[in-house]
Write a protein that binds this ligand. Sequence first.
Ligand SMILES: NC(=O)c1ccc[n+]([C@@H]2O[C@H](COP(=O)([O-])OP(=O)(O)OC[C@H]3O[C@@H](n4cnc5c(N)ncnc54)[C@H](O)[C@@H]3O)[C@@H](O)[C@H]2O)c1
Ligand SMILES: [Zn+2]
Length: 337
Amino acid sequence: MRAAVLRGPRDLVVEQRPEPLPGRNEVLVEVRSVGVCGSDTHYYEHGRIGRFVVEAPLVLGHEASGVITAVGSGVSGDRVGQRVSIEPGVPDLTCVQCLAGRYNLCPGMRFFATPPIDGALAESVVVHAAFAHPVPDSMSDEAAALLEPLSVGIAANRKGRVTGGSRVLVTGAGPIGLMAVQTALAFGATEVVVSDVNPQRLALAERMGATLVLDARTDRLAELEVAPDVLLECSGIVRATLDGLAALDRAGRGVLVGMGSDELPLPVPLVQERELEITGTFRYAGTWPTAIALVASGRVDLDGLVTGTYGLEQSADALTVSRRDPEAVKVIVRPQD
Ligand SMILES: NC(=O)c1ccc[n+]([C@@H]2O[C@H](COP(=O)([O-])OP(=O)(O)OC[C@H]3O[C@@H](n4cnc5c(N)ncnc54)[C@H](O)[C@@H]3O)[C@@H](O)[C@H]2O)c1
Ligand SMILES: [Zn+2]
């Protein structure tokens, strides 16, 4: 099979590799669509993300869908031919965190496209059978792949306890922010304010149902007429995070989704006097059933986020398009093309 292999910063080659064999409780998936994530782009450009360093050739891509073509022992042969969305992190399923239902926090997590685990920019991948989630035929391959970033949005909304009537502020309207916006609306939020510095992305947020969009370069979050009770911080920018927290109502909740700023000053009086809750959120656990239902029912639109489709040989182009084109939102690689 062909796989797009990252050998070092900006050094990506498509090479032949033996097709993997599904082991016990695993399935082999012929990959149809892979969404490109900012982390893939970061690995491509820098060969590392923090303490994760690409020391051996690595296959990128962790937002994937496809069709099951073979099963390992312990998996019903009936699953061959099933269209699936891949949940790309398989935990050990035995540790304290896993048993508490927080398997995203499993220290033994094996996550696609995080050194040394290969990802999905390949014609086929193996994954644990329980992490290959069947999707309805009405769902496109692209949407099935994008259930992964949607899961980040769902996990963030759950952490923020977004519910009917919630007033939500989303800072950052990248793919993750836009997923968070759509999920908040689907969960019943009645006000969803979105800030960004990219007018095209703000326009998209408005089309997806945001009730108010703000250009962070000129508009001030502090001047919102109604204070939000939940902040979903999806930019990773220090200023956006601090302004977002300062905009929160009393007893508000700030969910830090965006990564990138390693430290930020904590406004202690604000946190105390308003009894703010601030929490991180890391990936997701148990989100695929919700993600599938939201997309299948039309409550969340993922196809509308796709701005380009590439073949496997053009993976390097796909990985860098967000740097060249401010209108790019979500780019898909189709490994069979
Ligand atoms: N916590 C998790 O599990 C998790 C999972 C996936 C991604 N992430 C993180 O979520 C963040 C968003 O991911 P993405 O793919 O949408 O990235 P992205 O870079 O496409 O989106 C970030 C957006 O923030 C906007 N922005 C920049 N400055 C701003 C400001 N001052 N105010 C408001 N917006 C501003 C940018 O224009 C951009 O649209 C990233 O930091 C990513 O690392 C976290
Ligand atoms: Zn575990």
